[in-house]
Write a protein that binds this ligand. Structure first.
Ligand code: ATP
Length: 340
């Protein structure tokens, strides 16, 4: 388990009295086996936060506790021991360019004192898990970005960590390769039971694999919780920006203006089972309302179906309209009347 208890980190600048508050009073808990994401724009404090988990940075105040131990209070040998339980992958892969794929896994293990036979066995096991056993003799320069990241994942796993830290691991990759690395991380989490703590500025990463998320803005956690809750009911403007959510789903205002006169423009949000209901056809049958769909998107939050629609509920009968809104709510679909 990873726990941040009122953690702040201030860097003193080169000029006197110039301090940067990189992380401010952060408290969060990550349970064993979870995939936890911290999301924020550049400079929000994400790297500082993740580096405090393996003791690369020390908090100015507060405590970071990993597997029951306060990281900043560990002796050097104990910190080394803890770091062995924590793997890390980066945007830039950090592979040894003069070593082939196999040696990239084996060398760090032997440096750690693991004997050659064991190191060789682990290299084979984890290169097979990341599906790169056939590239064991290649050098990093001969691999694609996605393959390099897979080597980095295998190298981290070969130390058999309990926790994997991921620092923007997919930020340099195209969407398809990103997807393949994210499904690899999900597999590692599910099959090996490794807790994953990741930082990212990409909503898709959080949406695809995380159980819980913290939104970090200028060092402060502004929203935190279950991914579906945080992104389907975002409270803060920054979270809405990440979720790409505006009530009008990007439809230009002049196109919406004529609908606005009747004030029967609504945004609907479906999560889980409610996404499978034939709601719109029921509105027609039950309330004689013709729903006019102006925009929409469907997708998944982890394995949960999730959708948004911007709909004009066409009817001259206001009481039918009000009854329809109540009916929509009764179906566990989140509905909001859109004000332009
Ligand atoms: N060693 C340092 N000395 C001084 N200031 C620092 C240091 N490291 C980070 N900072 C400052 O702390 C703030 C948070 O930086 P951090 O790198 O943690 O953010 P980030 O969210 O990871 O950004 P990015 O995604 O761009 O890496 C920034 O204002 C940064 O300039």
């Amino acid at each position: 388990m990873i726990e941040f208890k009122n953690v702040s980190k201030t860097f003193s600048g080169q000029q006197k009295n110039k301090h940067v508050k990189a992380v401010e009073n952060v408290s969060l808990k990550v349970d064993d086996g979870e995939i936890y994401g911290v999301m924020g724009y550049s400079g929000a404090g994400k790297s500082t936060l993740i580096r405090m988990i393996n003791g690369l940075e020390k908090p100015t105040s507060g405590q970071v506790i990993v597997s029951g131990e306060s990281v900043a209070d560990l002796s050097k040998p104990d910190l080394l021991k803890l770091r062995r339980k924590i793997g890390m992958i980066f945007q830039s892969y950090n592979l040894l360019v003069t070593a082939n794929v196999f040696q990239n896994i084996v060398l760090p293990l032997t440096l750690e004192g693991i004997d050659k036979a064991e190191a060789t066995q682990r290299a084979e096991k984890y290169l097979k898990i990341v599906d790169l056993w056939n590239k064991r003799d290649s050098f990093p320069a001969q691999l694609s970005g996605g393959q390099r990241q897979r080597v980095a994942v295998a190298r981290a796993l070969a130390h058999e960590p309990k926790i994997l830290l991921s620092d923007e691991a997919t930020s340099a990759l195209d969407p398809e390769t990103t997807e393949s690395i994210l499904s690899l991380l999900l597999k590692i989490n599910q099959e090996l039971g490794i807790t994953i703590f990741l930082i990212t500025h990409e909503m898709e990463v959080i949406q695809r694999i995380c159980d819980r998320v913290a939104v970090l803005d200028q060092g402060v956690i502004v929203e935190e919780g279950n991914v579906v809750d945080v992104f389907t009911k975002p409270k803060k403007e920054i979270t809405k920006r990440f979720a790409g959510v505006s009530d009008t789903l990007g439809v230009p205002r002049d196109i919406l203006a004529p609908y606005q006169k009747t004030k029967q423009l609504v945004s609907l949000q479906f999560v889980g089972d409610s996404a499978n209901n034939p709601l719109l056809s029921q509105l027609q049958a039950k309330f004689n309302i013709t729903p006019d769909i102006l925009a929409g998107s469907m997708g998944y939050m982890k394995r949960e179906p999730y959708g948004r629609l911007l709909v004009y509920l066409k009817t001259d009968d206001r009481s039918q309209y009000d009854a329809a809104l109540q009916y929509i709510r009764d179906q566990q679909v989140h509905v909001e009347e859109v004000e332009l």
